[in-house]
Each structure stands twice: as C-alpha cells, then as structure tokens.
Design a protein around this ligand. Structure first.
Ligand code: GLN
Length: 239
C-alpha cells in the first residue's frame, strides 16, 4: 500500500513538473540588425524570424521573450543557458553544429556582394583578389572571404558600419546574405547588389544539443508550412 502511495506521489510530481515546463517562457536570442529577419522598429524587435518564433511559442503554449545580443555572442549565450533558443537568420554550418543543435531549415539564402553603383561587377569571389572586402564578424560571408588569403578583408561588427565603410570608399565591396543586402541597398541609392556564385545557405533555429524542444519545433514548422501560416509571414516581410 505504502509503495502504491509513493508511486502515485511521484507520478503527480512528474505531471506537475511537466505542466510547469510547458508554460515556462522560452528565452530567444537574436541580433536585431538583420532586416527583414530581425530589426528594430521604434525600439521594438520585429521581423520575419520574430513572427515565426512567436507563432511557434503560441503553438507550444509557451510565452516567448526576445533578447537582443551581438551575433557572435549568440552561440555562447545559448551554451551558458542565458537563452533557450536562437533565431537570427543563422546558417546551419557544420562548425556551429558542433556546439548547438539545429531544427530543420526554414529559409534558404545566398551570399551576395554590395558594391558602389559605378563599380565593375565581379562574378566570382576569386575576382576579388587584391581588393578590400568588408565582412561582418562571424557571419558566413566572413568565413568565405577569410579562406582566400589573397583577398584583404576588413571586419565590421554590424552591416550598418560595413555600409558606411563602403560608402566612404574604405572597402571595395561587402559580402552579406541576400535578403538583408536588398533591404540595405533599398535605402542607399549609391549602392547596388552583385550576384556571385555562392553556395546555398540554410537558416535554422538553434537550441541546446539534443534538446527535445528542437523536435517539437520541427513538427510545428511542418504544420506551419502546410496550413499556410509560413507563407503568410513570408508575404508580409518579402514583398
Ligand atoms: N546567415 C549569416 C550567418 O549565419 C548571417 C546571419 C546574421 O547576421 N544574422 O552567419
């Protein structure tokens, strides 16, 4: 009898713990300098990724809290448990996958170059040899350029500061993801985008390695694709 009582007690505790974790806030790290995925609109963090993760939170029945961090501080913040998830237009790379777990991808992107309007258009990254290319610290574009020793790279903390350097002639071009490049060039009449041969990059949400949350999100992402919610958010941010 005593044993049955003990087992029931344990079961009740497991049930309670489960309900507590289910309604627990999920803290999501991002870097709000990557429009249209995440950016500040009158001090509010908005964008495609933010809306996507808010919807995921709704479907998980857990509130979402967004934390704005520097891009290169995101993976360390996840590792020390300051945040539970990362959504930041982050490319799933084998190197990052050593430290974090990734969901299935939710967006496919490419790297492009931004140059001044009067510049000759390079077709391949190799043609940039001897030139100075602005890269954003820790971005995948940074990794591509840094691999080619003949290209001089200048590292910047934000896309915005790299754009300033390009406008003032400190660098000849900037390498950055396609969608943010479009949104920055739309606001800079003296600049243009040059498509280059570059590999596809897949954005995914990151969480702690082997976290069950990642699998739950995969199920939700598939549902959102099927029921049209994903397309609705795409239409809102990519006109
Ligand atoms: N997709 C790029 C990367 O993962 C840039 C991401 C970002 O700046 N938010 O490095």
């Amino acid at each position: 009898m005593k044993k049955i009582f003990k087992i029931t007690k344990i079961l009740v505790m497991i049930f309670l713990l489960n309900t507590i974790t289910q309604s627990k806030t999920i803290i999501v790290g991002t870097n709000a300098e990557f429009a249209p995925f995440e950016y500040l609109d009158e001090n509010k963090i908005v964008g495609f990724d933010i809306e996507l993760v808010q919807e995921i939170g709704k479907r998980l029945n857990r509130p979402i809290k967004i934390k704005n961090l520097s891009f290169d501080g995101l993976i360390p913040a996840l590792q020390v448990g300051k945040v539970d998830l990362l959504i930041a237009g982050m490319t799933k790379t084998p190197e990052r996958a050593k430290f974090v777990g990734f969901t299935n991808d939710y967006f496919v992107a490419k790297q492009v170059l931004i140059v001044r309007k009067d510049a000759v258009e390079p077709k391949k990254v190799e043609e940039l040899k001897g030139q100075k290319v602005g890269v954003i610290l820790g971005f995948t574009g940074d990794l591509i350029i840094t691999k080619i020793p003949e290209i001089k790279s200048e590292k910047y903390n934000t896309i915005f500061s790299a754009i300033m350097a390009l406008n003032t002639g400190k660098v000849d071009s900037i390498i950055v993801d396609s969608a943010p490049a479009k949104s920055y060039v739309a606001e800079n009449k003296k600049l243009k985008i040059v498509e280059i041969e570059s590999a596809e990059e897949k954005y995914a949400i990151a969480g702690k390695k082997n976290s069950p949350l990642l699998e739950e999100i995969n199920v939700i992402l598939a549902e959102m694709l099927k029921d049209g919610t994903y397309d609705k958010i795409v239409k809102k941010y990519f006109k």
